[in-house]
Design a protein around this ligand. Structure first.
Ligand code: CAA
Length: 257
């Protein structure tokens, strides 16, 4: 049983994972991060789970790495830090990951939101990379993913000043896809997850992979990957079913094959 997560059984294919370390604003201690990586690996292997929503509480999605834990690590400790491998496993989750963010998403918390494929934010959410105030810098994607999401000027401003931005600003900048009332963020994220869960799983998986490719490859390679993935899907039963269902004017019943 995880100590710092609450995990619900899939609801219409969507598993809800809630970070639960309220006394520390869900600071991402190594144990929490390991539990999250394990949970996502198990969701990846579970055919009943077609998408995952990750959330925190009303005050904090996550206020970053655990500063007390970080203070105990010297250069060699950081060099050998198991956290990097946990982050890699989180980023490698192959199914859609949706973050429902309320309150603080700072440092590692903002980086975790950026590992998600879709981010729904409550209107009181705050996104920031305040590591510079601690004499350090982001180390889990907060320079690379942030720049790709919001562009150079805003990424520079956020990382170099440490100042957080509002949910509305994050929406305008492309860091989040929707802003809701705070109490509706999780339900909206579940709704989006349930919508995705009705689609053909192999098409969802390859579409996610192709979209992620766009962020880390040149256009020609990205287009080539997209074409190969598109061609691959021509061999699936779900493609046949999707097209036939359209022609027969009925909802498609996808099977993931
Ligand atoms: N690590 C450990 N504990 C944290 C924490 C963190 N990142 N953020 C908050 N807490 C703890 C506080 O120490 C406090 O604990 P106590 O009650 O035992 O003192 C508790 O959570 C509540 O926090 P505050 O009293 O500070 O709450 P607040 O409402 O006054 O302020 C806040 C909220 C502005 C988010 C403030 O807590 C804050 O600035 N937190 C640190 C944010 C930060 O710097 N994050 C970046 C961490 S580095 C990182 O993330 C690097 C990386 O991944 C690679």
């Amino acid at each position: 049983m995880p100590r710092f997560l609450e995990v619900q059984a899939p609801d219409h294919g969507v598993r809800l994972i809630t970070l639960y370390r309220p006394e520390a604003l869900n600071a991402l201690c190594t144990e929490l991060l390991a539990e999250l990586a394990n949970e996502l690996s198990s969701a990846d292997n579970d055919p009943q789970t077609l998408a995952v929503v990750i959330t925190g509480n009303r005050k904090a999605f996550a206020a970053g790495a655990d500063i007390a834990e970080m203070a105990e690590r010297d250069l060699v400790g950081i060099f050998n830090d198991p956290r990097a491998a946990h982050w890699q496993r989180i980023a490698a989750f192959s199914k859609p990951l949706i973050a429902a963010v309320n309150g603080y998403a700072l440092g590692g918390g903002c980086e975790l939101a950026m590992c998600a494929d879709i981010v729904i934010a409550g209107e009181e959410a705050r996104f920031g990379q305040p590591e510079i105030n601690l004499g350090i810098m982001p180390g889990a994607g907060g320079t690379q993913r942030l720049l790709r999401a919001v562009g150079k000027p805003l990424a520079m401003q956020m990382v170099l000043t440490g100042e957080a931005i509002t949910a509305r600003h994050a929406l305008q900048a492309g860091l989040v896809s929707e802003v809701t009332q705070p109490e509706l963020a999780v339900e909206r994220a579940m709704q989006v997850g349930r919508s995705i869960a009705t689609k053909a799983p192999l098409a969802v998986r390859l579409a996610k992979e192709a979209l992620l490719k766009a962020g880390d490859t040149d256009l020609a390679s990205g287009l080539r990957f997209e074409r190969h993935a598109f061609t691959l899907l021509a061999g699936t039963a779900d493609r046949e079913e999707g097209i036939r269902a359209f022609q027969e004017k009925r909802p498609a019943q996808f099977k993931g094959c």
